[in-house]
Design a protein around this ligand. Structure first.
Ligand code: PLP
Length: 221
């Protein structure tokens, strides 16, 4: 069943859209099933959970961290992840830079944007993020590669609102690209869309989608 969903998603997704299979709260055996069906990118949202799973699974897996990252967990995480999609503050970004320098690695990150109409979600406000790039604060970074943006739409059945949220993220991506792409041609990722809204996200320009429930079923928190 997991294998079927992976195959179906890869058929449905345009070739240039990367699928991150969100495996949080699901055991290593289920991740292995997806891996055996050809899936290589997986998303986790808690550091301890990710670190526990890594030794149980193949080294070929590329882990994306997608949860709120506490600063005291950064050091443990860095060597194990292909990308941190959920950078939600300058403080965190700068710490990832310092720790990456120390380890001699370059860490790929996405900046998390908050556009959804919900109080509880983490991320930069669009105007905050634009200001970050306009004022060229990224000039101080030595060991972080800012690859793009990650965002979530409002949690609603109203697909017009969802589409409008994704469009905001894409528009912001374009505005930032104009400023930042000359400095970093690698700024080319837009991660948006989950199980229930990924087709709209892809229509609105996503090139990474993060799908959990559709692949692995409901989570038991
Ligand atoms: C859990 C999670 C997902 C996956 O959500 P589903 O609805 O299960 O597909 C995607 N992105 C983030 C940031 C998440 O925390």
């Amino acid at each position: 069943m997991i294998a079927d969903e992976i195959r179906k998603l890869h058929e449905e997704l345009p070739a240039d859209v990367q699928l991150v299979a969100v495996s949080k709260f699901h055991p290593a055996e289920m991740i292995r099933e997806a891996y055996d069906a050809g899936q290589r990118y997986f998303g986790e949202s808690r550091v301890q959970e990710l670190l526990a799973k890594i030794p149980l699974l193949p080294d070929e897996i590329r882990w994306h961290f997608i949860g709120h990252l506490q600063t005291n967990k950064v050091r443990q995480l860095l060597q194990h992840v292909a990308m941190i999609e959920s950078v939600d503050s300058e403080k965190l970004l700068n710490l990832i830079d310092v720790e990456s320098c120390r380890l001699g690695v370059v860490t790929n990150v996405l900046m998390q944007v908050h556009v959804a109409r919900e109080e509880t979600k983490f991320g930069f406000l669009p105007e905050e993020l634009l200001e970050y790039f306009k004022s060229r604060k990224y000039d101080t970074l030595k060991a972080v590669n800012i690859r793009g943006l990650m965002g979530m739409a409002t949690n609603t059945d109203d697909m017009n609102t969802v589409r409008a949220d994704f469009r905001k993220i894409h528009n912001l991506f374009h505005e930032i690209s104009e400023i930042y792409k000359p400095a970093n041609p690698d700024f080319n990722k837009i991660s948006m869309g989950m199980s229930h809204d990924w087709p709209i996200a892809v229509e609105e320009g996503a090139n990474i989608v993060r799908v959990g429930t559709r692949i692995f079923g409901e989570r038991n928190y």
